[in-house]
Design a protein around this ligand. Structure first.
Ligand code: SF4
Ligand code: SF4
Length: 109
């Protein structure tokens, strides 16, 4: 994920649809649950929370977005330490496109 609203990289979709860029996205994917893996120990503990099954996840605030997201810039504040799931999430891939579409529907009611 990550999603990263901090990645200014511009990506093309596989079928040549319009360019997908995190820079013009409302960080839609930073509303998803982000599970922490064993190698994620550099993520600040105060931004994490234990889920109902005892696993650790990124804490999401009442507005639905990850606690690590800067609400003004919509960028990740722990970009260099972001979780593995966030590192693996690729802009322009199907999950990203799905999240952008779902967020657009939600935002327009
Ligand atoms: S850690 Fe950063 S990239 Fe990952 S969901 Fe939170 S704000 Fe987004
Ligand atoms: S949903 Fe896609 S374009 Fe938007 S921030 Fe996440 S990876 Fe970037």
């Amino acid at each position: 994920m990550g999603q990263c609203a901090d990645m200014k990289t511009i990506h093309l979709t596989n079928n040549g649809d319009p360019v997908i860029s995190c820079s013009d996205c409302k960080a839609c994917c930073c509303r998803l649950e982000v599970m922490l893996m064993g190698d994620d120990e550099s993520v600040p503990a105060e931004l994490t929370i234990q889920d109902q099954w005892g696993g650790w996840v990124m804490h999401r605030l009442d507005d639905g977005w990850c606690a690590a997201l800067d609400r003004h810039t919509m960028r990740c504040t722990i970009y260099q330490q972001r979780p593995i799931i966030c590192r693996d999430y690729q802009a322009g891939e199907s999950d990203c496109l799905d999240q952008r579409a779902k967020f657009a529907i939600t935002a327009t009611g």
